[in-house]
Design a protein around this ligand. Structure first.
Ligand code: ACO
Length: 698
């Protein structure tokens, strides 16, 4: 039987999706066999539109389809209840749950939404369902705009009622609490439930999560998008009806505010756009034009010529009814909004006591290392000893977005290279939630260490023909400057390559930082995060055609890197032959490499030559290499050359949807890592975290 948990709320709009995201993320760090079940879903629009189901199934790619993920539709429940057929309701829900349970180690059941009038009935039926499914209950209360008493009273009633009905409660979370009330709420819960082992956690209201995006406002008001289509993700914290004169209105502008003004107020529109550009006024979210007037041609022409205008929406209604419509706009978590999903999971991780929660809900045995566990462990490891990483491509929006996440999670200290004004403009135009004052920004040529770095480079490279002039040119290049910061101990590691080639990124490190003592070669690995396992592939990015000696060194270093990141190394040197089955120059190279590596490191399990299928599949291994300690259980795969390695990692990534973290450089005295130019914000975060960990160990 699966472990399970029933998330039961005290009322509507408690922010259940945040809790479900957090719990499933937590369990996926232990097992990939996680299920999500909703006993009853709303079908007021249609039966396929349950937003929570769509969010969770799609974000986590759970191995279940929509139809198997719920018990009954709300309309079906009402109908059955109308005919006094409560038992049938429970039977159907239990049957569907049991079917799902067969394939899961853990199921999270999310209770009903309390969106209809009959909330007493919902309370009752949620308790009956939880009891019949054998789930423990986590009670979720709502602290939004409530006094202490208003927030606590519904919780007390819920606890008493669920206990009366014989349910097992494992904890209470109050979500959306006023941040000034967190301690009072916590104290009140701890006093009420001092004789229990309940998890008691309070999550504060987060303005970013509660705020709609411009896109949602446009959809819900049926507004026409006139400008700024690529800025529709801007968050709207507040709105301002700008009926006053422009010089007065701009003094009222607040961060991420939506300015509402009639379409014939050209002065206000231009003033708002200017205020957004100015560093003396806050970043704005957009402009909402009202009334039936068209935008004046001269104004429209001016806006069309701007490079990155704010989003400008238009509704054909008067300003005050529009303002009242705006008040009713709501924000929902959708699978495409990865940013809000990550903020939600972060908030959950930060404010819920995960150790107690985990203890209360799971007895799952950990087998191998799941991708979630791997990335989670990385974050935790990086936080243990905070390191300083330099990001030379400071003005790249993806780098700034990654910096936002890394700084808000307090994982590393960052220095970004570039001009402060440029970075400020990019932050503003991409609406990145990053306070420029949190950032350490260095413009290389204005930095006091610039000349010292030139001298150092000249000293290091003069035997290779460097002159002071070429050293100066090199230090103007951000990759060289960032690398020199690491070399001189002014940063602990560097991550670059979002806009530079692999060669541009790593050549400075090869020239300046050089290899560790006892290592002659810099090589690379990828962490391949597959569905339920993390493998190491090397070298898929640096050395085009290593000889036998070099391949042996790559195998040993890759095994060491695997170990450094918690993966037990079983190293397979790949070829088109397993054992003695084939011959040829390429096979001999791999055979020689395996022999050298085995001789140098008797403590490591190393096998080669071996084919990929024999390395990974125990059944093939049993036939082809029955006596091998690596065959069938390899975790580190070493490719014979760059052609094979680079194409294989990309093929596996494309064919399986695996996340490839890397290339991670190994063998350097201090860590420098390369990004692929197509990298996502998540890739940058992972690479920075890995670089920080490498620097802890160097
Ligand atoms: N380990 C240690 N040092 C090295 C290495 C290495 N693997 N390769 C070169 N060096 C050193 C050299 O000894 C030399 O040092 P020196 O100047 O002090 O004598 C310096 O680096 C420059 O060497 P070059 O031979 O001039 O090498 P170059 O700069 O031309 O290229 C590079 C090095 C960039 C790593 C090259 O091998 C390369 O382009 N590799 C392939 C990169 C690539 O395109 N990968 C695939 C794409 S990445 C992806 O898909 C994610």
């Amino acid at each position: 039987m699966a472990n399970s948990l029933y998330l039961a709320t005290t009322e509507a709009k408690t922010g259940k999706s945040l809790i479900s995201l957090g719990i499933i993320e937590l369990i996926l760090r232990k097992t990939t066999n996680v299920g999500f079940f909703r006993p009853i879903i709303d079908d007021s629009i249609d039966h396929k539109s349950d937003q929570h189901l769509n969010l969770i199934l799609s974000h986590f790619h759970l191995n279940q389809n929509y139809e198997n993920s719920y018990g009954l539709l709300y309309s079906e429940v009402s109908n059955l209840l109308g005919h006094q057929r409560l038992d049938e309701i429970l039977e159907i829900i239990i049957t569907k749950y049991k079917k799902l349970e067969k394939n899961c180690d853990f199921i999270l059941c999310e209770g009903s939404d309390y969106l209809r009038e009959n909330s007493a009935f919902e309370f009752d039926i949620n308790a009956k369902i939880a009891k019949n499914l054998g789930c423990s209950i986590l009670i979720l209360g709502n602290g939004y705009k409530k006094s202490l008493e208003e927030a606590i009273a519904p919780i007390e009633i819920a606890v008493d009622t669920y206990l009366e009905k014989g349910c097992k409660i494992i904890g209470i979370i109050i979500n959306k609490a006023d941040k000034h009330q967190i301690n009072f709420l916590k104290d009140a819960l701890e006093k009420d439930y001092k004789n229990t082992d309940y998890l008691l956690s309070i999550i504060p209201y987060d303005k970013k999560l509660g705020s709609p995006r411009i896109r949602e406002i446009a959809q819900q008001l049926n507004a026409k998008i006139l400008y700024g289509r690529d800025r529709l993700d801007n968050l709207v914290f507040d709105y301002l009806v700008a009926a006053m004169q422009m010089q007065n209105a701009i003094t009222q502008f607040t961060e991420n505010c939506l300015v509402v003004t009639p379409a014939d107020r050209g002065d206000m529109i231009i003033g708002t756009l200017q205020a957004h550009q100015s560093t003396n006024y806050p970043n704005l979210a957009g402009i909402l034009l009202t009334t039936e007037y068209q935008l004046e041609q001269s104004i429209a022409r001016l806006i069309s010529g701007l490079t990155e205008p704010l989003p400008i929406l238009w509704v054909n209604s008067y300003t005050y009814p529009t303002a009242s419509d705006l008040k009713a706009v709501y924000s929902t978590l959708i699978p495409e909004d990865k940013e809000k999903i990550h903020w939600s999971i972060d908030l959950f991780d930060q404010f819920v006591n995960l150790t107690i929660l985990e203890k209360q809900i799971t007895t799952i045995e950990i087998q191998g290392i799941t991708p979630k566990m791997f990335t989670y462990n990385l974050m935790q490891k990086a936080k243990l000893q905070k390191r300083h990483i330099v990001l030379p491509e400071g003005n790249e929006p993806r780098i700034l977005k990654a910096a936002e996440v890394l700084l808000s999670r307090d994982i590393v200290k960052l220095t970004l290279l570039g001009q402060k004004q440029d970075l400020e403009r990019t932050i503003q135009s991409h609406n990145i939630q990053l306070d420029i004052n949190q950032l350490n920004i260095i413009n290389p040529r204005e930095n006091e260490k610039f000349n010292d770095y030139i001298q150092t480079f000249y000293y290091l490279r003069k035997h290779k023909g460097a002159t002071l002039e070429t050293a100066h040119d090199c230090m103007m290049d951000v990759s060289y400057f960032g690398t020199m910061m690491v070399h001189k101990g002014d940063a602990d590691g560097m991550v670059s390559g979002a806009i530079h080639t692999t060669g541009n990124t790593i050549r400075p490190a090869l020239q300046i930082i050089k290899t560790k003592p006892g290592i002659s070669l810099v090589s690379s690995i990828f962490f391949m995060c597959l569905n339920n396992n993390v493998l190491v592939y090397g070298d898929c990015a640096v050395n085009p055609n290593p000889n036998g000696e070099e391949l042996a060194e790559i195998a040993i270093t890759s095994g060491e890197t695997a170990k450094m990141f918690g993966i037990a190394p079983k190293v397979a040197l790949l070829s088109y032959s397993s054992g003695d089955s084939g011959q040829g120059e390429e096979v001999e190279k791999v055979r020689k490499a395996a022999q050298i590596a085995q001789k140098r490191r008797r403590d490591l399990d190393i096998e080669g030559p071996i084919q990929y299928d024999a390395a990974i599949d125990p059944q093939v291994a049993a036939q082809k290499m029955p006596n091998s300690k690596v065959a069938g259980q390899a975790t580190v795969f070493i490719f014979p050359d760059l052609n094979t390695g680079n194409n294989t990692y990309k093929a596996v990534q494309r064919a399986t949807g695996a996340i490839a973290i890397g290339p991670i450089l190994q063998g350097l005295k201090k860590p420098v890592n390369d990004l692929s130019r197509g990298c996502s914000v998540g890739d940058i975060i992972n690479t920075v975290v890995i670089t920080a960990i490498q620097s802890q160990i160097h």
